[in-house]
Design a protein around this ligand. Structure first.
Ligand code: UGA
Length: 411
């Protein structure tokens, strides 16, 4: 969605192929089917001129490039499920049977190394009648953060293009004309691996900070003070060193798991990546342990949970660290009142049987304790609202509060 709107902004004529008719309708009436800062503005600017959504693949044959941007969710064993990539490749291939000029099929989905070469290329060629000279293949991973995806597309640190041949690479490169970023030209599998390695390293930085933070907490050291000094080393960088309740979202947990499975399939034992996941699974439950240390048994207690999205500026609750926390609180007999500026309705789909409130103050009223699970800036302003609680027991998972009596998970 974001890539197509941004390619339209760069001046291209873009078709979004989407099988869900409700989403097609929404996009064509200028309404983004997901929340993403700046996206609605791009839709209102380009829908009706150079951007549209359609349900069929027929028009692929009239285009120069097709980007496969489908999901690659975790399969039952944690490996990437590539069925949607295969279906899209088949449909693109069928449409390309009648293509006259050169066309490049670009994989943007996060896929295990070898997928573009082995699955996409062969599926497209088989279904298109196989005129190899008319087809190029490329792998062009995205490094967009949810909530900041439009900004990240327009201001990339780098554009990685893996390709089967220079002609294909040059065409993909030209699609990004107008952006100011270094181009990293590599082979297909190296591009695929670059995406996994980037996400795995970012996730590792977070779990590393959490582990150091857990040790700091025992010694009454503020891990944020520590990481300020650590991050100033240019070899380390200050980013993604924020300790807290751990990483969630649709990417880090899934991609690190996929890398672990890939390594295992190749006979490796990815001990570091397994530990990254293990730290991340334990981390949110520490919030509940800290809470029990403060107020004892949670049975019958009223707990306010502020923040349900996996991070701020999104309504996405996939793998949100709030989920295991709420489940643990429920299993201990607590009564939960939750609030999130955007994500409550999505969380209702996963956990329907807790109370959802319209405001932080509503959730806090007469609560025995409060847990902060998401780094929403608006939570930073909360202070007097905590006086509505029975007592100000505040456990923080994101280091966003300014009030001094909140207890941090690792600080
Ligand atoms: C992540 C990557 O940052 C993007 O570069 C990548 O393109 C994307 O995955 C993807 O693969 O599509 P995203 O999942 O949107 O982006 O979210 P992040 O901003 O990376 O945050 C992920 C999680 O880590 C959140 O739960 C956040 O709260 C947590 N986090 C982040 C920390 O706990 N500490 C930090 O220092 C940073």
């Amino acid at each position: 969605m974001v890539s197509s709107a941004c390619f339209a902004e760069l001046g291209h004529s873009v078709d979004i192929i989407e099988i869900d008719e409700r989403k097609v309708e929404a996009i064509n009436s200028g309404k983004p089917p997901i929340y993403e800062k700046g996206l609605e503005e791009l839709l209102s600017k380009h829908v009706g001129s150079n951007l549209r959504a359609i349900t069929g693949y027929d028009n692929v044959r009239n285009t120069d490039l097709s980007f496969i941007c489908v999901g690659t969710p975790s399969g039952p064993d944690g490996s990437a499920d590539l069925s949607m990539v295969e279906t899209a490749s088949r449909s693109i291939g069928e449409s390309l049977k009648e293509r006259v000029g050169y066309h490049v099929v670009v994989v943007k989905s996060t896929v295990p190394p070898g997928t573009t070469q082995n699955l996409v290329m062969s599926t497209v060629l088989m279904n298109s009648g196989g005129i190899r000279e008319k087809l190029g293949f490329a792998m062009n991973p995205e490094f967009l953060r949810e909530g900041l995806a439009v900004h990240d597309f327009m201001h990339p640190d780098r554009i990685v293009i893996g390709s089967s041949e220079a002609k294909a690479r040059d065409l993909v490169e030209s699609a990004y004309n107008g952006l100011n970023a270094p181009i990293v030209r590599v082979g297909l599998s190296a591009a695929e691996m670059t995406k996994y390695a980037s996400n795995a390293l970012l996730a590792t930085k977070i779990s590393f900070s959490n582990e150091i933070g857990n040790i700091c907490k025992k010694m009454c050291i503020d891990v944020y003070e520590v990481m300020r000094g650590v991050g100033m080393d240019h070899r380390i960088s200050p980013h993604f060193l924020n300790a807290g309740a751990g990483f969630g979202g649709s990417c880090f947990p899934k991609d690190v798991m996929a890398m672990i499975r890939l390594g295992e399939m190749l006979g490796e034992d990815p001990v570091l990546l397994k530990s990254v996941i293990e730290v991340n699974e334990r981390q949110p439950l520490r919030m509940v342990e800290l809470l029990e240390n403060r107020i004892g048994s949670l049975f019958g207690k009223e707990i306010a949970v502020l923040g349900l999205a996996f991070k701020n500026d999104t309504d996405d609750v996939r793998d949100s660290r709030a989920v295991p926390v709420i489940k643990e609180l429920k299993s201990k007999g607590a009564r939960i009142r939750a609030y999130d500026p955007l994500a409550a309705s999505n969380m209702r789909g996963i956990i329907p049987d807790i109370e959802y409130c319209e405001s932080a103050a509503g959730a806090l009223k007469k609560a025995d304790a409060c847990l902060i699970m998401t780094e929403w800036p608006e939570f930073g302003q909360l202070d007097e609202e905590f006086d509505l609680m029975r007592s100000r027991v505040i456990i923080e998972g994101r280091n966003i509060l300014l009030c001094e009596d909140a207890e941090g998970i690792c600080w």
